[in-house]
Design a protein around this ligand. Structure first.
Ligand SMILES: N[C@@H](CCC(=O)N[C@@H](CS)C(=O)NCC(=O)O)C(=O)O
Length: 243
């Protein structure tokens, strides 16, 4: 059994979750809910960068950074490969993955910047992040050959990036003025791997008080003891925001 440290909102974690489903590996991965922003988190003991996703293998080796984890998982699967072997297709898929990862980094960076106290926020940084995402969306809309066929790691990452924009910036509909990208997204959005991994905030406010749902993740194959431990751990982390 592998252990995936995850958050329910991270687009990088989502890439891994989609890969797990695409590769048919659901029963080989146990999931551990982790808030990387909690001051007391032990995540750095697993990933010195303090980031999710991080995957611990059976021999205790840890893999981190979503491209590494996804390629490892893909190498275990006998299903059609997400990382093409043929050189031309491979570089194209890896470039698309880099573009999608970059869009996620810019979108997450913008969100974090906008959550800083008003007097500490940099409008210049927010504008720069937003422009990077906008240019990438325009590039994808006018280069549809990059997204056209199949569902490799590049297309998987772009889909996660687009849906992260829907999740965090729904008021700025990326579809506006981008018919080609919209059509492409519609063609992949019904894949079960995407439908089953829609991001959600596990912290909710009830009467203004930060709380968490009792069922942490119904899709996780985790034991009730582990679930209880996660619940306690999560309760201890309530004061810290996730993204
Ligand atoms: N390049 C990494 C990015 C991972 C990442 O930025 N994860 C965020 C959550 S979306 C995180 O854990 N951030 C915590 C931090 O930066 O301290 C990947 O592809 O896995």
């Amino acid at each position: 059994m592998f252990i995936l440290r995850y958050s329910t909102t991270s687009p990088f974690v989502r890439k891994v979750s989609v890969t797990i489903i695409e590769c048919g590996l659901e029963n080989q991965v146990e999931r551990e809910l982790t808030n990387p922003w909690a001051p007391e988190t032990d995540l750095p003991a697993t990933n010195p960068l303090g980031k999710v996703p991080a995957l611990t293998l059976e021999n205790e080796q840890v893999l981190f950074d979503s491209p590494v984890i996804c390629e490892f998982l893909d190498s275990l699967s006998s299903l059609p490969r997400l990382f093409p072997e043929n050189s031309k297709e491979r570089w194209s898929a890896l470039m698309q993955q880099a573009l999608g990862d970059g869009m996620m980094e810019a979108a997450v960076g913008r969100l974090l910047e906008s959550r800083r106290p008003a007097q500490e926020q940099s409008q210049a940084a927010i504008t720069r992040y937003a422009a990077a995402v906008r240019r990438s969306l325009d590039h994808l809309d006018s280069n549809t050959q990059n997204t056209a066929n199949g569902f490799n790691i590049g297309q998987l990452t772009i889909a996660c990036a687009l849906e992260y924009l829907d999740f965090r910036f729904p008021m700025e509909n990326w579809r506006d003025g981008r018919p080609n990208l919209t059509k492409w997204h519609e063609s992949v959005a019904s894949r079960p791997s995407l439908q089953q991994t829609v991001p959600y905030d596990w912290s909710v406010r009830i009467n203004g008080i930060l709380s968490i749902p009792l069922v942490i993740d119904v899709k996780s194959p985790i034991t009730s003891k582990r679930k209880l431990n996660l619940f306690i751990k999560a309760k201890q982390q309530l004061a810290t925001k996730t993204h």
